[in-house]
Write a protein that binds this ligand. Structure first.
Ligand code: HEC
Ligand code: HEC
Length: 303
């Protein structure tokens, strides 16, 4: 009898876990919005797609945005693959989204089907840049030409689902955010560090990112996070506060430019997952440098 009770209890707990772990769904947007295309928007969108989305969606051997496995999600939670962003009707995702739904996904994290996707939240992105990214995704650029292929299907196990449900908090939809002026390099640099997502990798943890107010993120830009660049290879993200001993306080503007655009630091070649930001303009990289010099220096030894 006692055994029987135990079995019943066990079943009830399992049912509770399974129901509790059913993926949460949220409302997507019903607004209408159509991106407005122009050669400038397309050019800007390409820079942003290569500087932001490429890190997780661009396959360097295919030279296309066909997606990849996200190695920094712990295996204990399941396997996560980013999406195919090409214009493939069968495998690409953007062709099945409206412009308004794409914008809503990037700002709030809520997908068209109501899932919360926590990997590419950009609540502070300016209208102009959101527009540019969507224009790029609709364009004829070869990197998003239809590729009928998939790299893998995301699968969260019970642990992963439970964790994702716990963390599923769509961000508020902030409207009418404007680009900072080019005449204010520090503000522009701050905007880029936020929207390119430098601080995601360069702060304390991928699970304690403050998307709405990046500067409040734990260990903001002080580095130390262990990341997987390539399978089996662990790289520790650098301290990029202006501390002279442990950060980038001794970098010249020219050295900083080379580190970002060529992946060449003064003392070594930088390893993935540090991206190479080839498409950013020198003005943008200099703005990032100007902003980083205003961040409080933090002594945090990485190497
Ligand atoms: C840090 C990694 C990362 C970055 C950066 C990133 N994504 Fe994603 N993206 C993902 C992952 C992972 C998924 C799939 C999540 C899943 O399957 O649950 C995804 C899914 C998507 C989807 C599919 C949504 C759906 O309904 O399935 C779209 C569209 C998308 N991303 C667009 C973008 C765009 C546009 C950018 C650049 C502005 C971007 N992503 C940047 C990781 C990223
Ligand atoms: C996907 C994660 C990721 C993103 C996004 C990222 N970095 Fe890095 N970064 C790293 C890692 C990891 C290293 C260390 C590489 C190594 O030691 O070989 C690094 C190294 C650096 C260095 C070299 C510092 C040193 O040790 O001398 C600089 C500078 C830097 N990053 C700046 C930036 C800036 C600015 C951005 C945004 C425009 C950025 N990073 C975005 C992961 C990232």
């Amino acid at each position: 009898m006692k055994k029987f009770k135990l079995v019943i209890e066990f079943c009830l707990v399992m049912v509770a876990i399974i129901f509790g772990c059913k993926t949460k769904r949220f409302e997507t947007t019903k607004t209408s919005y159509t991106a407005s295309a122009s050669p400038q928007a397309l050019e800007r969108g390409k820079v942003l797609a290569y500087s932001i989305c490429a890190g997780c969606h661009y396959n360097r051997s295919a030279n296309k945005f066909i997606g990849m496995q996200i190695l920094d999600v712990p295996g204990i939670a399941g396997k996560v693959y980013s999406a195919n962003l090409t214009k493939s009707q069968s495998h690409g995702i953007p062709p099945h989204y409206s412009d308004a739904q794409l914008k809503y996904l990037l700002k709030t994290g809520v997908a068209k089907d109501g899932r919360f996707i926590p990997y590419m939240l950009r609540p502070n992105m300016a209208e102009e840049d959101l527009n540019a990214i969507i224009v790029y995704l609709r364009s004829d650029d070869p990197a998003i030409a239809a590729a009928d292929t998939t790299v893998g299907i995301t699968h969260y196990n019970l642990i992963g689902k439970g964790f994702m449900n716990m963390k599923a908090k769509p961000l508020p939809y902030k409207q009418n955010i404007q680009m900072p002026s080019e005449n204010n390099p520090v503000a522009l640099g701050r905007y880029l560090v936020d929207n390119i997502g430098c601080y995601h990798c360069h702060s304390k943890s991928l699970t304690s990112i403050n998307y709405l107010d990046p500067e409040q993120t734990k260990g903001y830009l002080a580095g130390g996070l262990k990341l997987k660049g390539e399978p089996g290879m662990e790289v520790i993200a650098s301290n990029i506060t202006p501390d002279k001993q442990t950060g980038i306080g001794n970098y010249t503007q020219q050295q900083f430019l080379r580190a970002l655009k060529d992946g060449q630091a003064p003392d070594r070649k930088l390893k993935p997952p540090m991206p190479i930001f080839q498409k950013l303009s020198d003005g943008e990289v200099n703005a990032i440098y100007a902003y980083l010099l205003t961040v409080p220096a933090k002594y945090h030894k990485i190497r």
